[in-house]
Design a protein. Structure first.
Length: 327
């Protein structure tokens, strides 16, 4: 079901770019007390988890976006909001994103769902009587929706939220190489290159063609680095196989998708139609909000982070309904 979200952006943050950039530039990071856990993976690599200190009886997993981590403002803000709402929460740092390079040449990508599958199965075994929810932001949202589609009604989670999802990766790569959106491409590409440089200091990283190829766009990076490292023939092959949009019809658990029409990472053509959604999905669309922005409030010195309010309310309602047998 596709409906209006009801979100109204702050009058003092007009436009997609201010909504997108405000938290990164001005939000103070909450003083979180986190506990880190290292999980060894079957292929010899590892993933680091960051747990909040809430003792709630419901557990929420958080998936960050491209080159994000627990240090990202939206991630730390979400963990803080979940703890304040009484949820136990854990952020999954994708391979190489926790501050320590991972052990293998490969890392993570927009369609990599095996690590999420392993972690959720482990947590479901460890906490068999704890209702489990999951949130994915941007790239993490794409991973989440693709995984939910793959799992269908066997997904070991009760409900899920996906925010600012790049449903069609090729279209998003093209958008990020046009006009003002090139700023975000430059920002993300710089972070990706830095991560690659750190890894190359400790291990050889094979790439397609000349390793010194100029990586001027995200599509270049995905063609020369992401694709060959993860078994794809090209950037286009990677985008086709990893986009979450074709999987939406197969999602069987209660899922909320939050998206803004003015997201500068993509065009409205990326947004799926109502007919592409399974009956389990509620897509709440906003005219404004930017990319993982959605900031409201009448006072510039007291912004309201609407995403966090909406997500906490969704999990309070959905997990309580499921506990009472009203799913």
């Amino acid at each position: 079901m596709l409906v209006d979200s009801g979100f109204r952006s702050a009058w003092w943050l007009p436009g997609a770019h201010l909504q997108t950039q405000f938290a990164t530039l001005f939000r103070r990071r909450p003083a979180l007390q986190l506990q880190r856990e290292r999980v060894e993976l079957p292929d010899g690599d590892f993933i680091d988890l960051d747990w909040n200190q809430s003792g709630g009886d419901k557990l929420i997993l958080v998936l960050h976006g491209l080159e994000g981590s627990v240090r990202s403002p939206y991630a730390s803000g979400m963990l803080n909001a979940l703890e304040g709402a009484g949820f136990r929460a854990v952020l999954i740092n994708f391979r190489g994103c926790s501050g320590t390079p991972n052990r293998l040449a490969r890392s993570y990508h927009s369609g990599e769902t095996r690590d999420l599958d392993y972690i959720t199965a482990a947590l479901a075994t460890r906490f068999p009587n704890t209702p489990l929810g999951i949130i994915g932001f941007s790239l993490g949202g794409n991973v989440l929706l693709k995984w939910l589609g793959e799992k269908g009604d066997t997904a070991p989670v009760r409900s899920a939220v996906a925010v600012s999802v790049p449903f069609s990766l090729g279209l998003c790569a093209d958008k990020l190489n046009t006009g003002p959106s090139k700023f975000y491409q430059w920002y993300l590409l710089r972070k990706l290159k830095r991560s690659l440089a750190r890894k190359r200091k400790i291990m050889p990283v094979p790439v397609e063609g000349d390793a010194r190829a100029k990586l001027a766009t995200l599509r270049d990076f995905d063609h020369h680095i992401t694709a060959p490292l993860h078994g794809f023939q090209s950037a286009e092959h990677y985008y086709t196989e990893s986009s979450s949009r074709p999987w939406l019809k197969r999602i069987a658990i209660q899922t909320l998708i939050l998206h803004a029409e003015d997201d500068p990472f993509m065009t409205p053509a990326v947004i799926p139609a109502d007919t592409e959604l399974s009956p389990a999905i509620r897509l709440e669309l906003s005219r404004a909000g930017g990319h993982v922005g959605f900031i409201s409030g009448n006072l510039p010195w007291a912004p309201r982070y609407w995403l966090e309010e909406r997500i906490c309310r969704f999990f309070r309602d959905s997990l309580t309904e499921l506990d009472n047998g009203h799913a």
